[in-house]
Design a protein around this ligand. Sequence first.
Ligand SMILES: [Zn+2]
Length: 138
Amino acid sequence: MPNKSTHDAGIVIMSVGTFSLGIWNGWNFTTVLYTIMGMFLGVFVTPDLDLYENCRGTFWCWFWKPYGKMFRHRGISHTPIIGTLTRIVYAGIFPAIYIIKNGISLPWNILLLILLGLCLSDTLHVIMDRISTWIKVR
Ligand SMILES: [Zn+2]
């Protein structure tokens, strides 16, 4: 399995590539920016949160420990889109209850772009894990 630094480097390369592609093709700047923000969120909300030793910071580790107990390593947590949604639901359930209870409106277009970036980041993570495993098995 690639270590954290390798995954982080992959996210940085993908973000720079997305930014360059976006500028080159004349995509909306804020759309590209929010998508890249989602990609960088993948540094902290990584599929490897299913392993306790892969979290960053004491509070973050404490917060994600139950998630690691619920999902075995490289199971659903390492499935593109579905794994991302498990982490969104896990981290967002209590804020969602508060938001619904207080009738707060959210900028859904921005949140969906950030989610897209996070899904892309997680998909890259899974691809890097699978390539690493494939290389070790050969
Ligand atoms: Zn992984």
